[in-house]
Design a protein around this ligand. Structure first.
Ligand SMILES: *Cc1c(COP(=O)(O)O)cnc(C)c1O
Length: 228
């Protein structure tokens, strides 16, 4: 077993422990391996021990390193901000777009898609940080009014990045906000699916699990520190 595979096993065990500690069912929580800056060979190493879901944050990097023919069942999603002019390429490269952060981008993807595309909508839950995501629930619901009628984009849930420098209370408040927003979204758009709550990274996945995360996005803790 390689170091990477060992990290993977340890992380899965930690996820399971965290789930049990917070009264969650471990089978409700999926691990996404965030492979940005790491080669495709490393992804295959994890795939060979059962890791199916991967996250990449840049279209250009993915285009350079990912082969067109992927191993069976390997799923690669975009988790970084997507510029409209790269939407077409992103649809070719990824099995899902987890970082839809504006109505304009959603409209563009809907127009260009030739088959169903799973998406998550990204919400800003830590407003002090300048990063992408719908600004607030109003903006998100306004976009959903229209996205709800789309035929290609398939909403599966919400995604957020917690405060990168917050304390436990601040981080959990951010994740808790995503969960309550998802509950309200389900009430307002009952025919849409909001079952995925993508929140939690290497440093804060325990808090995310405590707050109801169903999808943890982990890079550093698996692959080690990224260069640059
Ligand atoms: C890089 C990245 C992650 C993983 O972060 P780590 O701290 O390395 O686990 C998760 N989500 C997004 C959106 C990222 O860009």
């Amino acid at each position: 077993m390689t170091d990477l595979q060992k990290n993977h096993q340890e992380l899965l065990a930690e996820l399971e422990n965290a789930a049990l500690a917070y009264g969650r069912n471990p089978s409700e929580i999926t691990l996404m391996a965030v492979s940005k800056t790491h080669p495709f060979a490393a992804m295959k190493e994890l795939y060979s021990c059962g890791q199916m879901l991967f996250g990449e944050n840049r279209v250009q990097e993915a285009e350079q390193k990912l082969p067109l023919l992927r191993p069976d069942g390997m799923n690669i999603h975009l988790i970084g901000h997507l510029q409209s002019n790269k939407a077409k390429k992103a649809l070719e490269l990824f099995d899902g777009i987890d970082s839809v952060d504006s109505l304009m981008l959603a409209q563009k993807l809907e127009t260009l898609a030739s088959k169903p595309v799973p998406i998550l909508l990204e919400l800003k839950t830590a407003p002090e940080e300048s990063k992408s995501g719908f600004e607030n629930e109003d903006a998100l619901f306004h976009a959903l009014d229209e996205i709800a009628c789309f035929s290609k984009l398939k909403v599966q849930g919400l995604m957020t990045i917690g405060p990168l420098l917050g304390n436990e209370k601040e981080i959990r408040r951010s994740f808790s906000l995503l969960r309550t927003t998802s509950i309200r979204a389900k009430q307002r758009f009952p025919h849409l699916d909001f079952s995925v709550l993508s929140m939690g990274m290497s440093s804060d996945f325990r808090y995310a699990i405590a707050e109801g995360s169903t999808l943890i996005r982990v890079g550093t803790r698996l692959f080690g520190k990224r260069e640059g």
